[in-house]
Design a binder for this molecule. Structure first.
Ligand code: ADP
Ligand code: MG
Length: 361
């Protein structure tokens, strides 16, 4: 059994926050794992997590701590999931994509691009590269429908379960990605296909959940098997949507997003309060897809993104409470199933200390 890794990231204060509230922040740094949370309306609270990334943390710090072990494990047949959670504007997409998926300097590239780089670097160091392939799927959950971001004609995909694949999205387009630049091009096409573009003023893009799924496969063309899967999830904003003024589609959106995020909260509560037989995974598309990540065969990490501003303290507090609860979940990631193991052994050994050290330095 292992715990879900839960980290917190405070982004720098935005100009808008500085203008409106000055430099008042909602936390006082203790060390790299804990801080005192300060909310004017409540007593100070100390929070501790597996790691806290403060405003001076680099994208590489986040990647090295959260994703390096997950990528290494995926090659060895253990599924991995990284979820970003937090209110709109807290830094979820920045952590996942960087300031822009295609055009940003190397230092600022997000988890997505770093995962791709790492996968290819690692596979290229294998003697039999032709035995490996990486496939990408991208879907968005919007108004409780799963839309294929790599083929917009598929706008209501179904979620299924099989013995060999576990939970999967039936019919989702899977494209083979050949190298880093190919992957980035496909990722940016998918991002451009999201229901509402990032640039639109009403921030509706933050009302959908976006899932990037990488399958690492190995074997010859006839005997190709999935080794491990990595799912990266950029969740919709967790803020309480104002009821006043919302109408029509906006109101529908607000209700369904609340539904899938509150379903996520309910699943986490059920998993951590000793009721593992009554976990309501089926209450939303999101929780169904994340069933393996939260309750099964996956190594999972949650990045709780928070604004540092005192003015956002109530939403940050709710994000931190969500993280604290999630920290109690235990999962049981397993290696490649026996029948798969007998077909082809992975050639790389990502658990080798030198391998990990080389990657981290
Ligand atoms: P979310 O996806 O949670 O709604 P974004 O990732 O889009 O939020 O971040 C909101 C704004 O803050 C963006 O302009 C983004 O570039 C900026 N930002 C977020 N995190 C950081 C960070 N760690 N460093 C610098 N800027 C950041
Ligand atoms: Mg976002």
């Amino acid at each position: 059994m292992s715990n879900v890794t839960v980290c917190v990231r405070f982004r720098p204060l935005s100009q808008k926050e500085r203008k409106a509230n000055g430099d008042r922040v909602c936390f006082k740094r203790l060390d790299s794992e804990s801080f005192v949370f300060k909310d004017e309306r409540e007593d100070d609270v100390i929070f501790s997590f597996d790691k806290v990334f403060y405003e001076d943390a680099e994208q590489s710090d986040v990647y090295n701590f959260i994703a390096v072990p997950i990528v290494a494990d995926a090659i060895n047949g253990i599924n991995g999931t990284v979820i970003t959670y937090g209110q709109t504007g807290a830094g979820k997409t920045y952590s996942m994509e960087g300031p822009s998926i295609l055009h940003c300097n190397k230092q600022k590239t997000g988890l997505l691009q770093r995962v791709v780089d790492e996968l290819f670097q690692c596979l290229q160091s294998s003697e039999s590269l032709d035995m490996w392939s990486v496939k990408l799927s991208m879907v968005e959950i919007y108004l409780e429908k799963v839309r294929d971001l790599l083929d917009l004609s598929k706008d209501n995909l179904q979620i299924k379960e099989s013995k060999t694949q576990g939970i999967y999205i039936s019919g989702a387009t899977e494209i083979s990605i050949m190298n880093n630049s190919d992957a980035l091009e496909r990722l940016s096409e998918g991002i451009a296909n999201r229901a509402v573009g990032e640039t639109q003023m009403n921030l509706a893009s933050s009302r959908s959940h976006c899932l990037y799924i990488f399958s690492v496969q190995h074997g010859s063309t006839d005997e190709r098997v999935t080794a491990g899967k990595i799912i990266l999830v950029d969740l919709a904003g967790s803020e309480k949507v104002e009821k006043t003024g919302a109408e029509g589609r906006v109101l529908d959106e607000a209700k369904t997003i609340n539904k899938s995020l509150s379903a996520l909260g309910n699943v986490i509560n059920a998993l951590t309060t000793g009721k593992p037989n009554h976990v309501p995974y089926r209450d939303s598309k999101l929780t169904r897809i994340l069933q393996d990540a939260l309750g099964g065969n996956s190594r999972s990490a949650l990045l709780c993104c928070c604004s540092p501003s005192a003015s956002n303290a109530p939403e940050s507090l709710s994000t931190l409470r969500f993280g604290t609860r999630t920290k109690l979940i235990k999962t049981a990631p397993k290696s490649i199933p026996a029948e798969v193991d007998s077909v082809k052994k992975p050639i790389l050994d990502p658990h080798d200390q030198n391998y990990l050290r080389d990657r981290i330095l």
